[in-house]
Design a protein around this ligand. Structure first.
Ligand code: CTP
Ligand code: CA
Length: 224
């Protein structure tokens, strides 16, 4: 006689996760980027896969190798990331915006390498689309998780993002803490949700944090 295998909570569910820092081109050899390592997003992708989800990882360039058993879509810019997310959004159960999306991009992208002829050079930047806020406007069944990277007034800013972007969860981290946020393997986060008090998670490896974030989402979605 066989034992009845327990159904995993995210079996049959599509989970979209973005990761890494987007790059906004100035010219063919230069870009504006940020310090995101992609570790939190990749840890989330592995955790969602392990809960049975069909995982679509939409990633800007990182030094990490593709986790097995997930679909990896590589992008460079905020605009490309936005387009890739939109294309997968309709049938998603959960979308996690773990990417550090550039807020601004050069208004002009030079076709040729910019030469150092000028004594000073001023770059004109324009805003990129806010991917999470756009998803918040258009969401139906999707459970939306955003991150908030802050150096001060964490609770206030995180709550503000929760409301403004119509997210179901904002995971806030203090990027001025050297054991949390960009480029380290540990993180210390607080989870903010509508109609629930903040949930402080202890400093832990990003894989542990990822499992906890998904456990909370599964509970909110009543999938367990
Ligand atoms: N985000 C996004 N599209 C952008 C910028 C940010 O989808 N163009 C997402 C991030 O992936 C993250 C959340 O929005 O999940 C919050 O990002 P954060 O940089 O903390 O906040 P911003 O809204 O960009 O505001 P600010 O940088 O001024 O704090
Ligand atoms: Ca930002």
């Amino acid at each position: 006689h066989k034992s009845n295998p327990q159904q995993l909570p995210l079996q049959g569910k599509k989970v979209i996760i973005t990761a890494g820092g987007t790059r906004e081109r100035l010219d063919p050899v230069r870009f504006i980027g940020n310090d995101s390592s992609g570790k939190m997003g990749y840890a989330l992708a592995e955790a969602a896969r392990d809960l049975g989800a069909e995982v679509i990882l939409i990633s800007a360039k990182t030094n990490l190798s593709a986790p097995t058993g997930i679909m990896l879509i590589s992008v460079e810019t905020a605009a490309q990331m936005s387009q890739a997310v939109q294309a997968q959004f309709k049938t998603a159960a959960i979308v996690i915006m773990a990417a550090a999306v550039s807020d601004y991009r050069p208004k002009q992208v030079a076709k040729e390498k910019i030469k150092k002829t000028a004594v000073t050079l001023t770059l004109e930047l324009e805003k990129t689309p806010d991917i999470l806020a756009t998803l918040g406007q258009n969401k139906q069944q999707q459970y939306l998780i955003g991150f908030a990277a802050e150096t001060q007034n964490i609770a206030e800013y995180a709550q503000g993002k929760l409301t403004a972007k119509k997210a179901n969860m904002i995971v806030a981290n203090d990027v001025s803490n050297r054991n949390a946020g960009f480029n380290v393997s540990t993180n210390k986060v607080t989870i903010f949700r509508p109609n629930q008090g903040p949930l402080d998670l202890p400093l832990a490896d990003k894989h542990v944090i990822a499992r906890e974030i998904l456990a909370q989402a599964v509970e909110d979605l009543k999938l367990n």
